[in-house]
Design a protein around this ligand. Structure first.
Ligand SMILES: *[C@@H]1O[C@H](CO)[C@@H](O)[C@H](O)[C@H]1NC(C)=O
Ligand SMILES: *[C@@H]1O[C@H](CO)[C@@H](O)[C@H](O)[C@H]1NC(C)=O
Length: 751
């Protein structure tokens, strides 16, 4: 049983709250009393209209099938023309053949008469009772055109129904003549072990339909299906395999209805089984997240770079948009690497399609001089900025890495589940990113990092996972770690743009000389920007999600110290050498006197590439973020209370030591007006300081958490995000010297 299913009990499910949407009851006698005359006239008119309509429906000149099928077919332009059906029983046998039919194909598909759906109404009416017709609900629709495609998708649909996060529907559209019962029997499906709602959306005479009629019939059926269930996402077989008329109609209708139309690539049905563990919210956002890959290639790393790009090329992209690829090249690139990059086609299949542009970007560095750690950080962080901070994420890869073929499957799965699900949590908002790697040393580069196990789950939840998923206490589990990694990490767009803003403020603070030079916490074998990201991560209480099994192999050969931390005698080339003492004095952080030593990264074996449901623990189900073990940046497993404490204590410390704040400016809680800005950690001249003086601040936070956990759709929880509107806000404008120049509001003087 899935962990999720139980948490979100049926009572909370969106689909069943139909009662809210029932038409209003007729007014009571007392409320009618006063405006009675006016209402009476209107009531009479309505009654008359209803009676007329009913009489009309019952007494149409020629019987047009059942009332339901009449309503069902009334939207279709074709249904109002041509020969009507003689009764409400579906006709059998081939329709009359036109004389013009000639060649083989046409002789089979010749019928172009009106379209009627005799079999759709019953099953559609049944769902209004179970799942409702609200625009936001838990309905997911599988659509197939024939027996073959049904066979491909039925296992997936049944599996999704088993996980019980969605109401799963499957509609048979197209020309196939086999009855639904027969199709299910052929596929060995019984109602008992597959709780999918099946719908027969095929029209009369479907197997004789012309191409045009078949297409219109699919559109018409989709219209009715949408009216009744508002599917959040539609899943179909590979468009290369599916009938052309079906694909055309589905694409047209999905675009019109603004629904995600997910195609499962041919032959990859098992690889994609993980989508059965996603809820309708995640599935409806299938196309939203986009990933840009950013690789920084240090000098003399061409071998590693080529190995990495080869592994990226060999990975699975079917069913996804291939990520954009940006490579930052050093001043001198070895010629074999240059040749390789010139021949590189990215994404791989672009050479066959002249309309598809290559999304490979090379950035070549000009100065050959040594960069300072600050320059190196800025250079790197500037090389990406999200076009849409909510959906455009960046995957940072080190040239030492080699990705597993299913890395993109994993990233999409995790991102869709944690960032786009109907249920959001505060922990998801605090997720900095997703690492593909598991560290083998602590952040400072020493020691042996031991990843936590299921036993370390927070809040006594480990028992639950141990019982439910046939897991052992010591089995690996994904975990949250306060330490960012530069090896192979997806960083969310909003966090990356926050990092941009943080760096601006942080460097301004350093340059003004108010920032203390603190001891560097991240090993000098890691790029310099990581230290800044760690500060921001600690101050905001973010964490990074690490997997239970790695999706990259990190190679040790060719690994090198980032140039910003090279000491004079490490220089291999005769470039302009910095004087060591001068170089160290300029550093924003206190560096070790000795140059760093590269520790071997344990080459953890990436498991053999197999579908995610076999690779991930807990049968491929992703545990809820608040249950996962949480590690402070020191590598210690901490509980939720300590976790919160770490952030609450670090923020004032940061403000006073680095942000240039003094006294209560540093200690008092600040208002965060825009989550992508970091002004609340600094006291910079000319920037407003906004204190969060509400005593309810904490209550609002708790309320947010509770609401986010229980309310369901993200939109529902968002109303409370701005919970600080109740707060009394105190604004202080600092002058150039850091002295207050604006008056404090009288009522907020508790500092
Ligand atoms: C965890 O379980 C122990 C004993 O079973 C209990 O004392 C403790 O309060 C529980 N903690 C939480 C967070 O539920
Ligand atoms: C590195 O970090 C670990 C864990 O935080 C700590 O135990 C160890 O003492 C640190 N090593 C050095 C050399 O600072």
């Amino acid at each position: 049983m899935p962990a999720h299913a139980r948490v979100y009990s049926k009572d909370e499910e969106l689909g069943k709250r139909d009662d809210d949407f029932k038409p209003r009851r007729s007014p009571t006698a007392s409320s009618l009393a006063k405006p009675w005359r006016w209402r009476k006239r209107r009531l009479l008119a309505v009654v008359a209209l209803v009676v007329l309509g009913y009489v009309f429906l019952l007494n149409l000149p020629e019987g047009l099938g059942s009332v339901e099928s009449r309503i069902a077919s009334s939207v279709n332009p074709l249904s109002s023309v041509g020969k009507p059906a003689a009764s409400h029983v579906e006709p059998t046998g081939p329709p009359a053949k036109p004389k013009t039919a000639s060649d083989e194909e046409e002789s089979k598909h010749y019928y172009d008469g009106p379209i009627k759906f005799y079999r759709l109404a019953t099953s559609l009416h049944a769902i209004t009772r179970t799942s409702g017709i609200r625009p936001r609900n838990r309905n997911v629709l599988f659509a197939v055109s024939s027996l073959q495609h049904a066979a491909n998708l039925i296992p997936m649909a049944c599996e999704m129904a088993k996980w019980d996060r969605n109401y799963v529907h499957m509609a048979f559209l197209g020309r196939d003549s086999l009855s639904v019962d027969d199709i299910l029997e052929v596929n060995g499906v019984s109602a008992k072990d597959c709780t999918v709602y099946f719908h027969d959306g095929r029209s009369d005479y479907s197997e004789y339909s012309t191409e045009k009629r078949a297409e219109v019939a699919v559109s018409g059926a989709m219209k009715h299906i949408n009216d009744f269930m508002h599917p959040q996402a539609i899943i179909m077989d590979d468009s290369v395999l599916e009938d052309a008329f079906f694909v055309r109609a589905m694409r047209y209708k999905a675009a019109e209805m603004r629904r995600a139309l997910i195609e499962i690539p041919a032959g990859r049905y098992e690889d994609f089984l993980w989508i059965t563990r996603l809820d309708s919210g995640s599935l409806s956002n299938w196309f939203k997240p986009t990933i840009d890959i950013l690789i920084h290639a240090p000098p003399h790393s061409s071998g590693g770079l080529i190995r990495l790009i080869r592994s990226l090329e060999d990975a699975e992209y079917a069913g996804f948009a291939a990520p954009k690829l940006t490579v930052e090249l050093p001043p001198d690139v070895e010629h074999f690497a240059q040749d390789y990059l010139e021949r590189l086609q990215w994404p791989r299949n672009t050479q066959h399609d002249p309309w598809k542009l290559s999304t490979l970007t090379l950035r070549h560095r000009i100065p050959s001089a040594h960069l300072s750690s600050e320059q190196a950080s800025v250079r790197f962080v500037e090389s990406f900025y999200p076009s849409n901070s909510g959906d455009n994420h960046v995957l940072v890869l080190s040239a030492q890495a080699e990705v597993s073929p299913l890395y993109l499957h994993y990233l999409h799965y995790v991102v869709l589940e944690y960032k786009y699900s109907s249920y959001s949590s505060m922990e998801a908002d605090r997720l900095l990113g997703v690492s593909l790697d598991i560290p083998t040393a602590f952040l400072n580069g020493s020691g042996e990092f031991m990843p936590p196990s299921t036993h370390d789950m927070r809040d006594n939840t480990s028992q639950k996972y141990l019982e439910e998923a046939a897991t052992d206490r010591t089995d690996a589990t994904p975990f949250l770690y306060q330490a960012p990694s530069a090896t192979a990490s997806l960083i969310f767009g909003d966090k990356w743009s926050t990092l941009h803003n943080f760096l601006s403020n942080r460097l301004a603070s350093s340059h003004r000389g108010v920032a203390e030079r603190t001891k560097k916490l991240v090993s000098e074998t890691e790029p310099a920007w990581l230290e800044y990201l760690l500060e921001l991560t600690r101050a905001r209480g973010w964490s990074m999600l690490y997997p239970a099994t790695p999706f990259v192999t990190v190679h040790n050969e060719l690994s090198q110290i980032p140039e910003e931390y090279l000491r004079e005698r490490d220089e291999v080339r005769g470039a302009e050498e910095p004087k060591d003492a001068e170089h160290l004095a300029e550093e924003p952080f206190l560096l070790a006197a000795e140059s760093p030593v590269i520790e071997e990264h344990v080459e953890r074996e990436t498991p053999e590439a197999q579908p995610l449901q076999y690779m991930l623990p807990y049968e491929g189900d992703l545990p809820e973020l608040p249950h996962l073990p949480y590690l402070a940046y020191t590598g210690e497993v901490v509980n939720a209370i300590v976790q919160e404490d770490l952030m609450v204590k670090y923020a004032p410390l940061f403000r006073s030591r680095i942000g240039g704040c003094q006294g209560t400016d540093a200690t008092r809680k600040r208002l965060i007006s825009d989550s992508r800005r970091t002004d609340d950690f600094f006291c910079l001249p000319g920037v407003d300081i906004e204190f969060d003086t509400s005593t309810e601040a904490d209550e609002v936070q708790v309320a947010n958490e509770v609401i986010a956990k229980t309310a369901g759709p993200k939109s529902g929880a968002e109303g409370f995000r701005g919970g600080t509107s109740k707060a009394v806000v105190e604004r202080v404008r600092k002058g150039a010297e850091g002295a207050p120049v604006a008056e404090k509001p009288a009522e907020a003087g508790d500092g």
